[in-house]
Each structure stands twice: as C-alpha cells, then as structure tokens.
Design a protein around this ligand. Structure first.
Ligand SMILES: Cc1ncc(COP(=O)(O)O)c(C=O)c1O
Length: 349
C-alpha cells in the first residue's frame, strides 16, 4: 500500500520551510520596506525590483482552468528539471535509497540521481521501446522510492502503453513520475486525468516544448495536494522569476495560437515520416508522438558530422544502448525541414 509519509525523508517532514517577508505580512499596505529590495526602481524596468509571488497564485489559477485540476494540485518549477531534482530531494535519502528508470530515456533522471547520491537502477525498454513490466516490478527494492516513465519518450518518440503504466502504478509503492514533456504533440490524453485514482502518481509537463518557452524555464508537476505541498515546502522561495510569471500569464491567453503551432509541427512530422524513408541512407524512422523523430541511418556518425558541416545540428544518439545508428531530429520550420531533407539526400555513404 502506498503511504506518502512513509517514503518522504524524515528531515523533510520535520523541517520548517523558509518564510518570506511577504508570507509573514497579511493585510493592506503602501510602503514595503520589509524585503531589502531597491525601492527606487529597477535597471531592468517594470516592477522587477520586487520579489515575485512565491506561490505563483495567478499563474496556477489559469493553469488549473486549462488543465482541469485544482491549483493546489500544481507545483511550478524552474523548468521541469527543477521538479525532477526536488522529487529526489523529497523522498530519496542520499547514500541509502534508489530510483528506477527505463533507458533509452531522458538523461536528467540519471544526472539528478547521481547529484543526489541516489543508487541508479535501470531496466532497458523492449525493442519497440515499451516497458517490460514484470522485469520492472521484479527489479523494485525496498529502497526504490522513484520510478521514472517518460511518455511520449525522449529520445524514442513513442507513447508508452497505458496498461503497463497502470500495472506499475497499482504495484509500486513509491512515486511513479510520468514525464509528459511532449504530451501536447500526442493524441492520447494526459495522465493528469487519473490523479484522483493514483495517489502515487506525479505528472510532469513543461512550457519548453509546445508552448515555445524553453528560454523562460517553467515546468509543471501535477500530483495530490499532499505531494504538491511537500514540493512547495522544499523549493527555493522565489523559484519562478517575475518576468517568467508575467510572460506565462500572457501566453496562457493565446491558446488558439498554441493549437495552430502544434498542428503545423505535427503536419511537418508526418511529412518527414513519409519522406525520410525514401532516402538511401535512412534505414528506419520510428513512429513519433512528439516534436522529434528518431531516425536510424547507415552511417550515423558520418551523417552527423556531414550535417554539422552544412550548419545543421541534430542530436547524435547512436552511442545510446537501444538507439544504435540513430539520430534524433527535432521538427523545424517548413524551410528547415526542406533544408534537412535536401542535405540528407545529398549525403554519399
Ligand atoms: C522528457 C523531458 N523531460 C523534461 C525536459 C526538461 O524540460 P524543462 O525545459 O521544463 O526543464 C525535457 C527537455 O528536453 C525532456 O525531454
């Protein structure tokens, strides 16, 4: 049985969070000389001389409306990478606990595990990049606190079979972190719709991909109110800066443009899925529900270097077990995709 208190680090349960100047003041005031800010103004303009809202209230209300969850079920991080790191710090005791991930997958789970001195367990995805569920459940130890599933998976692009995820959620007593960074490009519904059913589920999403806001660093974690309260307790107080909060509030008013951009990216993805296999050097284009393609080619290192020489940077994943001979290619603009296609067709093996 999943029991949140029993997996949270005792020091996290015991500690008091930082209390900011604005947290302690309640009421109406006109003179704010409580936070050692510069009351004369800001060299950056706007009201950047003031600390941002540590609770991101307005932003969470808008996101809650769009995502169909309560504001208290949302944690906002400085990118979803911050949420990943805080989840480690929330439940994994350094030098004692472990995490399980499913390579080939997103690299930050491993980096965060190493940074936090958490033992790394790995179960390789199957040849079609699905979860070998029984093997995963066999690998779980008493000390396994986190299990990362990325769907659609980076770098493979495929959505993970929902039944496998259900079986893991039903049988694993730690936190299942379901990373949905690319969910906006997929047809399947988000697992945020299943939060009430699974108290051990944490869903990660980000503004870095479909929303086009990678430079602003804004990630979301959706979970039970209890898990969100613990993440809020241990986060740096002002982790989402004022510029990001303001710009995200503006962006959230333009959801129709988001839909158009997603449609165009998906259309270009499908075009490349048809076109690339006609080229001699391309052995296989894997199915993708994301904004990138995993492409198996005849001479991955040679093609990678050749494209670089032409000023085109793709991601060489050929040394990753399970992705031998593969390049990962993000979907670009119509012109960029044409340029890529032309360059690959000119490549001589
Ligand atoms: C699967 C996955 N999760 C998370 C991230 C990081 O997102 P953020 O920019 O919100 O930190 C990425 C970025 O590439 C990713 O591929």
């Amino acid at each position: 049985m999943f029991n949140l208190e029993s997996i949270v680090r005792p020091n996290v349960l015991r500690m008091k969070p930082y209390s900011s100047a604005r947290d302690e003041f309640k009421g109406v005031a006109s003179v704010f000389i409580d936070a050692n800010e510069n009351n004369l103004g800001s060299l950056a303009g706007e009201n950047y001389n003031r600390y941002p809202d540590p609770h991101q209230k307005k932003l969470k209300e808008l996101i809650a409306g769009i995502k169909g969850v309560k504001p208290t079920q949302i944690f906002l991080g400085n990118g979803s990478d911050e949420a990943i790191d805080l989840l480690f710090r929330m439940v994994c005791r350094p030098g004692q606990d472990s995490m399980l991930h499913l390579p080939p997958t997103y690299g930050m789970y491993e980096v965060s595990a190493n940074l936090n001195e958490v033992e790394l367990e790995a179960v390789q995805l199957t040849a079609d990049f699905q979860i070998p569920v029984l093997e995963v459940l066999k690998q779980v130890k008493d000390t396994t606190k986190l299990l990362f599933i990325c769907s659609p998976n980076n770098p493979t692009g495929n959505t993970i079979d929902p039944e496998s995820i259900e079986t893991i959620l039903d049988n694993f007593d730690g936190l299942v972190v379901l990373d949905e960074a690319y969910i906006d490009f997929a047809d399947s519904p988000s697992w945020t719709t299943r939060l009430e059913e699974y108290p051990n589920l944490v869903v990660l999403q980000t503004f870095s991909k479909a929303w086009g806001m990678a430079g602003l660093r804004l990630g979301m974690a959706f979970a039970s109110e209890e898990i969100v309260a613990l993440l809020d307790k241990i986060k740096p107080p002002y982790n989402i800066n004022e510029a990001t909060q303001q710009l995200a509030l503006q962006a959230l008013q333009h959801t129709e443009e988001l839909t158009y951009m997603i449609e165009e990216i998906v259309q270009e993805r499908e075009m490349l899925i048809q076109a690339l296999p006609t080229l001699k050097v391309v052995e296989k284009v894997y199915p993708s529900d994301a904004n990138f393609l995993l492409v198996k080619v005849k001479d991955a290192n040679g093609l990678y270097a050749y494209l670089l020489d032409k000023g085109i940077v793709v991601r060489n994943r050929s040394s990753l077990p399970g992705c031998e001979g593969c390049l990962r290619i993000s979907i670009g603009t119509v012109e960029e995709n044409q340029q890529l296609f032309q360059a690959i067709s000119d490549f001589k093996i």
